[in-house]
Design a protein around this ligand. Structure first.
Ligand code: DNO
Length: 392
């Protein structure tokens, strides 16, 4: 696996100099300052690439080129945004970057309700609680007809949860959900958020899926023409939020997506933590079925409680069987190597990490502090070496 680390650009408190010390040579990053929908120009891409190169590192994966909301809904200027997307793909390829991660989650990218859940060992983790989300939806956003999307039991439980919140907790919860987690690229006021959600009122799951497929039909030929591996990131969490469908959550979703657009350039970011939130997702089966189009790995684990809540566990703990997943990745790499595939080494990044040790007193991007990810990378690196040695 190509060990990688995500970097949010020159403003990231975890600098490239620090990342070099983690031992990862590959950088996962994006032109975060370019507004969603605009073309990434060759000059901008090359400057950014060279800045990383001058630090002795390689910009290997783009995460993400955000997909404009007009494309997801197929409204407004979606055709122009698709053309811009294609131009960005070509510009990245001509600058030597060939792997692009993106997602098709409506309105919000990844979502958590608590960014600093205290754990028993003194570190903090990202967490998601259904009561918190439901309470936010019903009593803060006050989304029209929201109660139709929840059972009576859920509503009662959310009511109780909300009654116990003071003003400060409500505003922390609000910021955790709509103020834009790192990489989401968009933050909303409550009014904007409501408008964005409302725009999906008539978009069914099948419409959203069809919009995604039409987007892929438009861009994948461009990706093929210049050797770009597109890899969609799964829904995080893998379930509808705010009454809006999501279409990259389970094996059935993947099967439909890849049978509609079978090119291997239409690939997948296999995020063990995102898929792992659904107990019914068999990660190994999902991985094996679509192994040849997995162009990027996000390795992390989540711990479910059986009631829809989860927190991010240490990388080798929680519900994800990391041994099995790393082994599957190494088997796939060997298979590709034996077939002479040049992309046999799959870029992998330790996804998220606990806020721990000195980082507890620093301001870092939630989930992206240095030490927690360093721990994750070190554990996964050791695991991979152990598996490889054991096989030879
Ligand atoms: C969260 C990330 C996501 C991811 C995008 C990919 O930590 O995994 O923000 O980058 O969903 O497009």
């Amino acid at each position: 696996m190509k060990e990688s680390f995500r970097w949010y650009g020159p403003k990231d408190s975890v600098s490239l100099d620090y990342i070099r010390q983690a031992g990862a040579k590959n950088i996962v990053s994006a032109l975060h300052d370019v507004p969603n929908g605009s073309v990434w120009k060759v000059g901008q891409i090359k400057d950014y690439r060279n800045y990383i190169k001058n630090k002795g590192l390689i910009w290997t994966v783009v995460e993400s080129i955000p997909v404009h909301e007009d494309i997801k809904q197929r409204v407004g200027d979606f055709e122009k945004y698709i053309e811009n997307y294609k131009t960005t793909i070509l510009n990245l390829a001509s600058s030597g970057i060939h792997t692009i991660c993106y997602n098709f989650m409506p309105v919000l990218d990844w979502t958590r309700t608590d960014l600093y859940k205290p754990l028993g060992d003194g570190s903090t983790a990202l967490a998601y609680e259904t009561d918190a989300l439901c309470a936010f939806d019903l009593f803060v956003v006050k989304r029209k007809n929201a109660n139709q999307d929840y059972s009576l039991k859920q509503i009662r439980s959310a009511q109780k949860y909300f009654t116990d919140l003071d003003q400060e907790s409500i505003s922390i919860l609000t910021n955790s959900i709509i103020a834009g987690l790192p990489g989401a690229e968009e933050e909303y006021t409550m009014e904007e958020f409501n408008m964005r959600i409302e725009a999906y009122a008539n978009i069914t799951k099948e419409t959203l899926r069809s919009n995604l497929i039409q987007f892929l039909e438009a861009i994948i030929p461009t990706a093929e023409s210049c050797g770009i591996r597109m890899c969609i990131h799964p829904d995080d969490p893998p379930q509808p939020l705010f009454g809006i469908p999501r279409v990259v959550s389970n094996l059935d979703d993947l099967n439909r997506l890849f049978s509609a657009v079978p090119s291997l350039n239409n690939g997948l970011t296999f995020c063990t933590g995102s898929f792992g939130v659904l107990a019914e997702n068999n990660l190994l089966e999902m991985f094996t079925k679509h192994a040849d189009r997995i162009h990027f790995l996000h390795l992390r684990s989540t711990q479910r409680d059986g009631k829809g809540n989860f927190f991010e566990a240490n990388h080798l703990e929680g519900d994800v069987d990391m041994y099995t997943m790393v082994k599957a990745a190494l088997i796939e790499e060997n298979r590709r190597k034996s077939k002479g595939r040049k992309d046999f080494e799959i870029p992998m990044r330790p996804d998220h990490g606990h806020q721990m040790l000195d980082d507890l007193n620093k301001k870092t991007n939630p989930g992206y502090s240095a030490i927690g990810r360093l721990r994750g990378l070190a554990e996964i690196r050791g695991l991979a070496i152990g598996i490889k040695r054991n096989e030879n």
